[in-house]
Design a protein around this ligand. Structure first.
Ligand code: GLN
Length: 231
């Protein structure tokens, strides 16, 4: 059983919970999604963490009374080998956790750097990340999705996919300061890096939980499962 901590600060939390459940079925990994609302709920039994998108300033405020964010950051410092997925505002929190903590990503980030809400957009992103294909994807999923993307062929659950495209949903998205990136780029939009991996911290400036594509959630569960088993 993989225990997934989901930060219920604000923003697109429930979509992540759904995506995690779908990914767990695809991988046949049993999970428990632990909804984290207060610092006391963040403990050493969590195997991985999701920091959803939303509004990072609202998240910092929402957290102040319960000091949830601080507990999440302390957990990440204590368990550097356990994977974390930060999407959009979650990526902002990883890159700039506040004055008293060292960043969790070797990449700078700028908020709202694509412009205002009406400049939100969808675009195909190129990804370079090893992701387990999953063995429990029903064959009818091979239809094109609502973004008109053809899902990848179904694998045997152990094979890893590498190099492909992903439907990127960018909502008032931040941008990585490109010259500051010192960790591994894993997603790009043209020449621009829009996703990075630093150790076990995966930060995306877009919203995979708003698509029907659960590859990044599969990555998280797969890594958490490996970390659990000490691999
Ligand atoms: N604009 C948000 C922020 O600055 C991030 C947007 C998002 O998470 N979709 O926190």
């Amino acid at each position: 059983m993989v225990r997934v901590g989901l930060a219920m600060l604000q923003g697109a939390r429930h979509e992540h919970a759904e995506a995690l459940r779908a990914a767990s079925k695809q991988l046949d990994i049993e999970i428990e999604v632990v909804e984290l609302r207060s610092a006391g709920e963040v403990d050493g039994h969590l195997d991985c963490l999701v920091l959803p998108g939303g509004e990072s300033t609202a998240m910092r405020k929402a957290s102040r009374s319960e000091s949830l964010l601080d507990a999440l950051f302390a957990w990440m410092e204590e368990h550097p080998k356990r994977p974390v997925l930060g999407t959009c505002a979650g990526a902002i929190l990883l890159a700039s956790p506040g004055e008293v903590r060292a960043p969790f990503l070797r990449a700078g980030i700028s908020r709202n750097a694509w412009g205002r809400q009406r400049e939100s957009f969808e675009a195909e992103v190129d990804i370079t990340l090893e992701i387990p294909a999953g063995s429990h994807i029903p064959s009818q999923i091979a239809k094109r999705d609502k973004f008109n993307h053809q899902p990848l062929p179904v694998g045997d659950g152990l094979s890893l996919e590498y190099n492909s495209t992903f439907p990127g949903v960018f909502i008032r998205a931040p941008r990585f300061d490109q010259s500051s990136i010192k960790c591994t780029p894993v997603a790009s939009l043209g020449d621009e890096t829009v996703g990075v991996l630093d150790g076990q911290r995966l930060a995306l400036t877009f919203h995979p939980e708003l698509t029907g594509d659960y590859r990044f959630h599969r990555w998280l569960l797969h890594q958490a499962n490996l970390a659990r088993r000490g691999m």
